[in-house]
Design a protein around this ligand. Sequence first.
Ligand code: FAD
Length: 366
Amino acid sequence: MAKVSAYQVAVIGGGVIGTACARAAALRQLHTVILEPGPDPAAASPASAGMLAAQIEPSDDLMLGLCVRGRDVYEHLAATLKDTTGIDIAFWRGGIAAAAFDEPQADGLREAAALQRQAGLRCDWLSGDEVRERWPGAAPDATGALLASEDGAVDPQALTRALLADARRLGASLLPRQADRIIITGDRVTGIVVGGETVAVEQVVLAAGAWSPLLEGLPRPLAVTPVRGQMAATPWPGETPPAILYYDHGYVLTRGAEAVLGSTMEHAGFDCRVTNEGLAQIFRCAVRLLPAVARLPVLRTWAGLRPVTPDGRPIVGPDPDVRGLFYATGHGRNGVLLAALTGDTIGDLLSKGSTDLDLTPFRPNR
Ligand SMILES: Cc1cc2nc3c(=O)[nH]c(=O)nc-3n(C[C@H](O)[C@H](O)[C@H](O)COP(=O)(O)OP(=O)(O)OC[C@H]3O[C@@H](n4cnc5c(N)ncnc54)[C@H](O)[C@@H]3O)c2cc1C
């Protein structure tokens, strides 16, 4: 166990966001500690589908720009992490197809594809026949699909492991304890309380996912709530090539030999149990996208809690009143996609006090 001593940076939370921030801080030669007692069984990162759905998920142009930028970091990061840690994060950039099952849906997606092309992004429209030709056995009654061919996925557990391993290789310590309270003296952070002991720190990054607002001593309430996502896995049907197929908020994706099926969006507090109703919803959508899953065995089910903000944007950046306190939380459905970019942004703020990303839309007091 790491010794409780003084650090330049303490990162609270060791999910994909916290480990990305800690790695970025350590890369910039800051003496860094990560506080993570778990992960909590309800944590989002291990539960995630790991999609880099930059052109599928965003609800507005601002998030589209952010998500595309976040996605594009992975090409280089995947190779770097393989080199430095030996961990393969299973970066896959084979595209994500969002299917339409009637004409109004098709019209909406065709229009979205055209707008993305106008914005300079690669985005195609596939007819229903083209969908079935490309992925035999998939979406038999689809009228077409938007194909974002530069979107893809990573393995979120491997990514978190690799980010942590790299942070430690670069000198960061892991303290497997919970941060109980943040200490603010005057207008700046001076420490955190961990198991009754005070750890002196110059800068704190709050990256505790859905638990972020619960940290004692914060200077403001944080509008982050847990939103449960349930998941299931079956074998991937042999007749269909690897794919990520999406419909509404549901999806099926290939991970190794398995099909990962998701997901629900439920306000259930900190309850991360899997329910029959949740599974029924997932399978209704999955069977539409990949009918073969109906006759395949269910291998596993699980759930995790997304840290969600009211406007769907993350909270990233400095506290407006307290020096040395930074937020990296509230990433909702896109925390894996945005982890590397969030890490770089926080790393720049910690080391030089500025970043090239306009953080106005992501400030905690918006
Ligand atoms: C079912 C599901 C599917 C998803 N699919 C995708 C996807 O396809 N693509 C995508 O980009 N995103 C996806 N997401 C969202 C993504 O997983 C999250 O946005 C992201 O994992 C959030 O990471 P985090 O590190 O902020 O939170 P978490 O992973 O929840 O980590 C927070 C950590 O903080 C620790 N902690 C809490 N309190 C304290 C404390 N006081 N002191 C120290 N540590 C503490 C917890 O133990 C936990 O490990 C999905 C999420 C779910 C649940």
